[in-house]
Design a protein around this ligand. Structure first.
Ligand SMILES: Nc1ncnc2c1ncn2[C@@H]1O[C@H](COP(=O)(O)OP(=O)(O)OP(=O)(O)O)[C@@H](O)[C@H]1O
Ligand SMILES: [Mg+2]
Length: 413
């Protein structure tokens, strides 16, 4: 019962909010219209237009979020970032089709919002009045001169007053049922008007792909430089030392076999070190454990490595392409390393779910939270790696925990 009352109050509140948004939209529309004659007064019109339009965008974004909550499907914001400079902004706003679609929406919102709120409020008020009508008949003095509304309200005579009670009860049922479809209808209308048009969605997608392609190219350039540096400073130096030792051994092998032997032992140790550095390097590019045991096995090996117990739940029955497996592996490795280094968690959970077109990965720890991708390179590195595949990383880490990394990695084969 209490839930029903709460739901009815919330729905009525939403209807009233929708009307409020409609009225705010009207206010901004009027401001934008005023800005045209105000433009004649130098220096007033353009700032007024830009401010009103930007506020209208915020209002439309607020409505997009509300619609997302009602329909369960978020509506993306269609606005590209505005240029700097007042004149450039005004020009961009006038040219953007979204500005005019927003205005159309705000007019529709005004009509359906006010109508919906009037209907919802009217039904509840009328229901309430009908239910208390017999009480009013008793309370009001017998010789009171009723105005027409009160007369209708309390009924013309005693018995008809009591007839209003079941009418009130029926109206309560109606008032309870009506807001939901009205809200859904309002949300559908707003969704149709506020959704980015196909052209805008396409251009946003092109921008996103350009950005992720640049990130991918940058990431591979950085990776290549790292490999080059590691080879130069590591294996190459060792091999040069080996060559020198062997050369010196060759020089002295006849005159001083013992010294030559010592030099050869040194050279052998050098080749061992060079090999292990090359192995480390390869591990950083495509870990051999991935090639040998696939992603589930490689993750199992990772999970055993740290000091905190890791619960692993991998639902993946096929081999993915090498780059996808590598990206998933390094992402989980970074998540685990961070959790072990910073979180003081008691438990870490890693879940991998193959959904066919996308691989969902979650790394969760019950530690202290506070992970912040702007404070290091690890989380940003994951984001960059994933973005090369059009994948995403979401970090949720409130202070006090838990920390959850949610990753999506497109993997359709
Ligand atoms: N699981 C976690 N729990 C608590 N804090 C975290 C967690 N993960 C990351 N952090 C915090 O967020 C910061 C950023 O993490 P990120 O992995 O991006 O960089 P880093 O680990 O500091 O450096 P790098 O990964 O480059 O060695 C860390 O410095 C740490 O303070
Ligand atoms: Mg890190």
């Amino acid at each position: 019962m209490r839930d029903r009352v709460r739901r009815a109050a919330a729905e009525l509140g939403q209807l009233l909010t929708a009307a409020g948004i409609g009225l705010a939209g009207l206010f901004l529309l009027v401001l934008m219209l005023i800005s045209v004659p105000a433009g004649l007064v130098a220096g007033v019109g353009i700032p007024l237009f830009v401010t009103a339009s930007r506020l209208a965008r915020r209002l439309a974004d607020l409505q997009r979020r509300r619609v997302g909550a009602v329909l369960g499907q978020p509506i993306p914001s269609p606005y590209p970032p505005l240029p700097t400079g007042l004149f450039a902004q005004a020009r961009a706003l006038v040219r953007a089709s979204a500005t005019w679609r927003d205005l159309t929406w705000s007019l529709c919102q005004l009509v359906v919002g006010v109508a919906g709120a009037g209907l919802g409020l009217g039904l509840w008020l009328t229901a309430g009045q009908c239910l208390v009508a017999p009480l009013l008949r008793v309370v009001l003095p017998a010789d009171a001169t009723f105005d027409p509304v009160v007369l209708e309200l309390v009924g013309r005579s005693g018995p008809t007053t009591w007839l209003l009670v079941p009418v009130g009860a029926a109206l309560v049922v109606v008032a309870h049922r009506v807001p939901r479809p009205v809200l859904v209808g309002q949300a559908r209308l707003a969704a149709a008007l506020l959704e980015p048009t196909a052209a805008v969605a396409l251009s946003a997608r092109v921008d996103e792909l350009t950005a992720t392609r640049t990130a991918a190219v940058d990431a591979s350039a950085v990776e290549l430089r790292r490999v080059e540096r590691d080879l130069h400073d590591g294996a190459q130096v060792r091999l040069v030392a080996v060559a020198m030792s062997l050369g010196m051994a060759e020089d002295v092998i006849d005159s001083d076999p013992a010294a030559a032997k010592a030099l050869m032992v040194e050279a052998k140790a050098g080749t061992g070190a060079a090999l292990s550095e090359l192995r480390d390097l390869v591990r950083g590019i495509h870990p051999p454990v991935l090639a040998d045991r696939g992603l589930p096995g490689a993750l199992q090996a990772l999970a055993l490595g740290g000091g905190i117990p890791v619960e692993l739940d991998v639902r993946l029955d096929r081999r993915l392409t090498d780059p996808v497996e590598s990206a998933a592996y390094f992402a989980v490795a970074e998540g685990l390393t961070n959790a072990i280094r910073y979180s003081s968690a008691h438990r870490i959970q890693v879940a991998v779910l193959d959904e066919g077109r996308v691989l969902r990965i979650r790394v969760r720890d019950d530690g202290r939270g506070g992970a912040d991708p702007t404070r290091g390179t690890g989380l940003r590195g994951i984001r960059r790696r994933l973005s090369a595949f059009d994948g995403t990383l979401r970090v949720s880490s409130p202070v006090g925990g838990p920390t959850v990394l949610d990753m999506e990695l497109p993997c359709a084969s």
